[in-house]
Write a protein of this length. Structure first.
Length: 377
């Protein structure tokens, strides 16, 4: 499910009318938290952050040239749109379509039996069918393709020979981009953030001030964390691969890009194994009572994988790092269509850095505020 990636790209490419409507609904023109120059300088570094580099996958390929992993924000929820589409929308469209065709067939087969009522019914059924099909492809298909009839996975490829990072996404989620490795920021660099990692994925960001693009790029990697230092371990795994090579990290187990039922059913429990081990017996009994829901969602997840196709990199990226092959050019604003360029530039102010350092917040408690003032004096 590419809902978050789709939403972020829409945020980057909103038209003036859409942005005004969004700001009117939220009663604010600030959608993105302010980022200060000093914060970006402090948080974006390539120092060692863990003594135990490891990845929880899925890793699709690793060699001396590149490391390829799955990315995407909501794999554990994949299957919900498939259920809605295959269980609700498509049956309704097919029923109305076959009904309209049946009425037309009867009128053509026996013209003498045509009456005003039957002719009116045929016209109404046909118009209703055309209207519903139009509304689905105009408004509904953009949601359907977030999960089925699209690329099977979002991919990220780290090429250590060219020192580049490649993101593979559908066009409606930002498309395929090439970014410099040294402009990569990570959400897992400090131990004090470990408590926030439960249920989260490793986030990588590329700020416009480092890439030259007018918008922010981001990717959420692998599986959900279970707290502790898992996300820092995963970032350290990637960092060491890019900085030191594959010999500096443990060999990961490779996953398949085929539509595996194991991946489909296990995704529902990402980030929960530690919680389930420590949960009470009552909670485990409740889980046993709702197991049919997990079976339905897992089956829908598997179906969605089978109704998608394996993503394929452009030739220049597949050959990047090989002897005598060209280095892929970094993505620039000129790589986008003119209308997309215009919208990206119109929303560039969302990502501007604030100068200096973030001001300290005033304590809410009067006692804490007085203590802070005494410390200052």
């Amino acid at each position: 499910m590419y809902l978050i990636e789709w939403g972020l790209w829409k945020l980057c490419t909103e038209s003036e009318v859409e942005r005004s409507a969004t700001e009117a609904e939220t009663n604010s023109d600030k959608h993105i938290s302010d980022v200060y120059e000093t914060e970006l300088d402090e948080e974006m570094h390539f120092k060692r952050v863990s003594k135990s580099p490891r990845t929880r996958g899925p890793v699709f390929a690793i060699n001396d040239t590149f490391l390829e992993m799955r990315c995407g924000a909501s794999e554990e929820k994949r299957g919900l749109i498939t259920i809605a589409t295959l269980g609700g929308i498509l049956p309704m469209l097919l029923t109305i379509t076959f009904g309209a065709i049946a009425f037309l067939y009867l009128d053509i087969k026996d013209p003498s039996a045509i009456s005003f009522t039957s002719a009116l019914t045929t016209i109404v059924m046909t118009l209703l069918d055309i209207t519903l099909i139009y509304l689905y492809f105009r408004y509904g298909f953009q949601l359907t393709r977030l999960e089925i009839f699209t690329s099977r996975h979002l991919l990220i490829r780290f090429n250590r020979k060219t020192q580049q990072v490649h993101l593979h996404r559908p066009q409606y989620c930002g498309g395929i981009v090439t970014l410099p490795w040294k402009s990569t920021g990570s959400t897992a660099t400090y131990p004090e953030d470990d408590s926030l990692s439960h249920g989260m994925r490793l986030g990588l960001v590329w700020h416009p001030s480092r890439t030259g693009l007018p918008h922010m790029e981001s990717a959420l990697l692998g599986k959900q964390g279970q707290g502790g230092s898992e996300l820092r371990d995963e970032w350290e795994f990637i960092r060491r691969y890019m900085e030191e090579g594959p010999d500096a990290i443990p060999r990961p187990r490779l996953s398949t890009q085929l539509p595996s039922p194991i991946q489909a059913f296990s995704a529902q429990f990402e980030g929960m194994s530690r919680f389930l081990r420590n949960s009470s017996w009552l909670f485990k009994v409740i889980l046993l009572m709702v197991w049919p829901a997990f079976v339905i969602l897992g089956t829908a997840h598997w179906v969605s994988l089978m109704l998608c196709w394996r993503p394929r990199w452009p030739k220049v990226i597949r050959e990047a790092g090989l002897p005598g092959k060209p280095v892929p050019p970094l993505t620039t604003l000129a790589d986008y269509p003119p209308d997309v360029q215009e919208r990206l530039l119109a929303n560039a102010d969302r990502w501007q850095l604030k100068p200096g350092k973030r001001p300290e917040k005033e304590p809410r408690s009067p006692h804490a505020r007085s203590a802070k003032n005494e410390a200052r004096s």
